[in-house]
Design a protein around this ligand. Structure first.
Ligand code: TXA
Ligand code: MG
Length: 345
């Protein structure tokens, strides 16, 4: 089915229209501070179903529910552990609105299609004013995965959303480029412990700092598979975040990450570039060495999409230091984008 996609501005009147479209069960893409999201009424199975169809998303990959008011959290989640409740309170006080998503036990009001059949729900309050206004105007919690076709790099400009979604969704809000550039940190809070399911710009250290200030010693661990591509193996490894097992963020060309000391990496990339060009390949190089990590986060998906525009069929990318929190978040996206293709310099 081909839809006529309506293009909206970020004027107040248009944000009212976007909110109304969402409350009427339509699907509308809008900017957040991380990446563009594709919104639908999270409490309507029919509306959420449209997201899965438009993105071509596997039905067991759950969506993040976005709220604009902390009161909404208790309407959709059901925390039974008072210790977890305290942890959540401290974390939301510090990091909401912002790029942090919490996975918590869900209430029945959240349909199972929204959570991919899980009994937990992921919730986030975004910082972007445009996103908050749209959610408030819709008067419902809004499911919003990244607004890309499943498997493609996440969109950080509205024109990326147009490339993937024109004719597949009801509306696109043409906002600013996204500040952060990679998706939110996803954490699960359970039995007094925290597991990082997807790393992001808010790091384990940031979270640990807040909790220790409040005299809490909470164990923070990483879920399996964060720095590996597990989309292609059948080892039976099951990450807690279902999204991690699918092909992700991939450009059309073959992407190779080169890892090691900066100078060696640059040399290795030059050598490979020559080799591939001699074979007639259209080679693209992304050298992220010596660029601030936060800047790299804003660039990574945008640059991968640029490689596609320029029809590069070999894409050589320098690695970043995965031992820093933000570096790990960037490498998590790059390793998946490259399908696990990494070589040492
Ligand atoms: O920054 C973001 O989080 C963006 C913007 C639009 O807000 N949204 C986003 O959504 O990245 P999406 O659908 O592309 O990623 C959601 C991630 C997936 O990895 C999914 O598996 C995980 O969150 N997730 C959602 N619900 C979950 C649950 N109940 N348990 C475990 N993981 C969950
Ligand atoms: Mg996504």
């Amino acid at each position: 089915m081909v839809l006529t996609t309506k293009y909206l501005t970020t004027n107040d009147e248009d944000l009212v229209v976007a909110g109304e479209m969402l409350s009427n069960g339509q699907i509308v893409a809008f900017p957040t501070e991380t990446v563009y999201g594709l919104g639908a009424n999270a409490l309507s199975s029919n509306a959420v179903e449209k997201i899965f169809v438009a993105k071509g998303r596997p039905s067991d990959n759950p969506l993040i529910v976005h709220i604009a008011d902390i009161e909404e959290l208790t309407k959709i989640t059901n925390m039974q552990d008072s210790e977890d409740e305290k942890i959540v309170k401290e974390i939301t006080n510090k990091f909401w609105p912002g790029p942090l998503t919490l996975v918590l036990p869900k209430r029945d009001i959240v349909p199972s299609i929204t959570t991919g059949g899980l009994d937990t729900v992921a919730v986030r309050m975004p910082k972007s004013k445009v996103a908050l206004d749209i959610i408030k105007n819709s008067k419902v919690p809004i499911s919003a995965p990244s607004a890309n076709l499943s498997g493609r790099p996440s969109p950080t400009l509205w024109k990326h959303v147009k490339e993937d979604m024109n004719g597949r969704i009801d509306g696109i809000v043409q906002g600013e480029p996204c500040d952060v550039g990679i998706e939110s940190t996803v954490i699960e809070v359970k039995n007094g412990q925290i597991t990082i399911l997807r790393p992001g710009i808010i790091t384990a250290e940031d979270i640990g700092e807040v909790l220790s200030k409040n005299n809490k010693t909470v164990q923070i661990k990483y879920d399996k598979g964060i720095l590996r591509d597990i989309s292609k193996n059948d080892s039976g490894e099951k990450p807690k975040s279902p999204g991690m097992k699918y092909k992700h963020y991939a450009p059309k060309g073959k992407m190779i990450i080169v890892k090691g000391e900066t100078e060696k990496v640059e040399e290795k990339i030059k050598g490979l570039q020559k080799e591939y060009e001699a074979k007639g390949e259209n080679v693209g190089v992304l050298n992220f060495s010596n660029i601030d990590e936060k800047k790299v986060a804003t660039l990574v998906f945008k640059e991968l999409r640029r490689m596609d525009e320029e029809e590069k069929n070999i894409i050589l990318v320098s690695s970043v230091d995965e031992n820093t929190g933000i570096g790990m978040a960037i490498m998590n996206r790059m390793i998946k984008a490259a399908g696990g293709n990494i070589i040492n310099a």
